[in-house]
Ligand binder design. Structure first.
Ligand SMILES: C[S@@+](CC[C@H](N)C(=O)[O-])C[C@H]1O[C@@H](n2cnc3c(N)ncnc32)[C@H](O)[C@@H]1O
Length: 205
């Protein structure tokens, strides 16, 4: 993978300019909290052992995951986001946050999670060409334990909207990857969600 210092600096700046850049905690603009609830509702009803929230931002979705999993790790490229997520999640003993870059995740995380959630993060990767996307999709598959689940969500307004096309392309990269089987696909206001299951790879003799 590659160094991503520019992206890190850009997101640190975003978090230094605003306490809540995506209105995740806003009581007036409830889109994000509704998105989190709708995402959680898409998960199978069972409890999870180890969940990962990749690009967790302020950790509000991580907090909801903490009610469904024994342990949750939130990772974000921005230290400022992680610091705030830690402060607001002190009441969740099974929730921890670390700084981490999706493009440079350590191999020690491989196979550790039975649930990985990636919400509104991947379209920020630049460049986001087919090669980068394929490699990120495989990297996320590597993080899952056999049969583990990935919940992917990205904003979606309407088919001809350029940003929505990017989201559609991201979801297609996951559904086309032989490491994943699509469990279900959903269109909600205003995001796409895909639930995928990791396919254990056959090792040839
Ligand atoms: C729009 S916010 C979404 C936050 C959260 N997932 C949610 O749905 O509320 C995008 C987040 O992705 C993080 N991010 C962007 N690029 C990243 C990368 N390469 N690795 C990890 N996090 C990244 C940003 O710092 C930011 O917190």
């Amino acid at each position: 993978m590659r160094r991503n210092d520019g992206a890190r600096a850009a997101f640190e700046a975003v978090y230094s300019e605003s306490a809540d850049p995506w209105a995740s905690a806003s009581h007036h603009y409830r889109y994000q909290s509704l998105k989190y609830d709708r995402m959680i509702a898409l998960l199978p009803r069972r409890r999870f052992d180890n969940a990962l929230d990749l690009g967790c931002g302020l950790g509000l979705l991580s907090q909801k995951l903490a009610k469904r999993a024994e342990h949750v790790l939130g990772l974000d490229i921005a230290t400022a986001a992680i610091d705030r997520a830690r402060r607001s999640s002190a009441a969740f003993p099974n929730l921890e946050f670390e700084r981490g870059d999706i493009l440079n995740l350590p191999p020690t995380l491989n196979g550790k999670f039975d649930l990985v959630v990636v919400a509104d993060v991947l379209y920020y990767l630049s460049p986001l060409d087919e090669q980068v996307l394929k490699s990120v999709v495989r990297r996320i598959a590597d993080l899952l334990s056999p049969g583990g689940i990935c919940l992917l969500a990205n904003h979606f307004f309407f088919s001809a909207d350029p940003d929505s096309k990017v989201s559609r392309n991201i979801h297609r990269s996951f559904s086309d990857c032989p490491r994943f089987e699509v469990m279900s696909e959903h269109r909600r206001a205003f995001f796409l969600a895909t639930l995928l299951s990791e396919q254990p790879q056959l090792v040839s003799a």
